[in-house]
Design a protein around this ligand. Structure first.
Ligand code: G4P
Ligand code: NA
Ligand code: NA
Length: 189
C-alpha cells in the first residue's frame, strides 16, 4: 500500500534493527484519513470472504479495525490484555508471550460477542513474532467461529510471525511488509 509506505518513510523512526516507531500516525497519535484508506484496502483484499465481525487486540489494533468495520458494517471486538489470573467463565482466555517485554500475558474475549455463527477477520497493527496473532486465532477458535483471514498493518518480514501465520493456510494480508531495518533505514519487501 503506497500511501502507508510513504507515511512510514516520512514519519517512521528506526529505533534499532528490530523496532520501528510509528507513534505519529498509528501507536500514539492516530491519522484518521490514513486509517480510512487502510480500512478500504483491507476490504479490497478480503473482498471474496464472508466477514461478520472483526476481532483485534487493544489498543493499537482498534483504529484500523474500526475503519475496516465501518466499511463492512460489522462490529469490532477487541480482546483485552490482562495481568491477573482471576478465573472467569464468561471469557475465552489465551496466553501470549511478548518477546519485546519478555513476559507472558493473558488476553481475554467475552463469550457474548463472538459465536460459532461468526466469520471473523482478525486485524492487528504490527506483526513481529506472531504471538499476538496466534493468541487471537486461539480465542476465535475457542468461540467456534470461522476465521476469514488475518489483516496486518505493518509486517516485519524479517521476524518469524509472517511465515508462521502463512503456514496455517489462512489468508494473511499485510499492507506494508518491511524486509529490513538495518543501518537505520526502512527497506520494504
Ligand atoms: P508479537 O506479538 O508479534 O510476538 O510481538 P511482540 O510480543 O514482540 O510485540 C509486543 C508489542 O509490540 C505489540 O504491541 C506489538 O504490536 C508491538 N510491536 C512489535 N514490533 C513493533 C515495532 O517494530 N514497532 C512498534 N511500534 N510496535 C511493535 P502491544 O504491546 O500490544 O501494544 P499496543 O497494541 O497497545 O500498541
Ligand atoms: Na503496538
Ligand atoms: Na499491537
Amino acid at each position: 500500500m503506497q500511501l502507508l509506505q510513504q507515511k512510514i518513510r516520512e514519519e517512521g523512526r528506526v529505533l534499532s534493527n528490530e523496532v520501528l516507531k510509528v507513534d505519529s500516525f498509528l501507536n500514539h497519535q492516530i491519522d484518521p484519513q490514513l486509517m480510512q484508506e487502510i480500512g478500504l484496502e483491507f476490504v479490497r483484499r478480503f473482498e471474496s470472504k464472508e466477514i461478520t465481525k472483526i476481532v483485534t487486540l487493544e489498543s493499537s489494533g482498534i483504529a484500523p479495525s474500526v475503519m475496516t468495520a465501518l466499511q463492512l458494517q460489522v462490529p469490532v471486538v477487541f480482546a483485552r490484555k490482562r495481568k491477573s489470573l482471576t478465573l472467569k467463565d464468561d471469557v475465552y482466555v489465551s496466553e501470549v508471550y511478548s518477546f519485546t517485554k519478555q513476559e507472558k500475558n493473558e488476553i481475554a474475549m467475552s463469550k457474548n460477542y463472538v459465536t460459532a455463527d461468526d466469520h471473523v477477520l482478525i486485524i492487528d497493527d504490527f506483526l513481529a513474532n506472531g504471538e499476538a496473532a496466534f493468541g487471537l486465532i486461539d480465542l476465535v477458535n475457542q468461540a467456534g467461529a470461522v476465521i476469514s483471514g488475518i489483516g496486518i498493518v505493518i509486517e516485519k518480514s524479517f521476524q518469524p510471525g509472517g511465515d508462521r501465520l502463512r503456514e496455517t493456510g489462512l489468508q494473511v494480508e499485510a499492507l506494508a511488509r518491511i524486509a529490513s531495518l538495518e543501518n537505520g533505514e526502512v527497506s520494504f519487501l
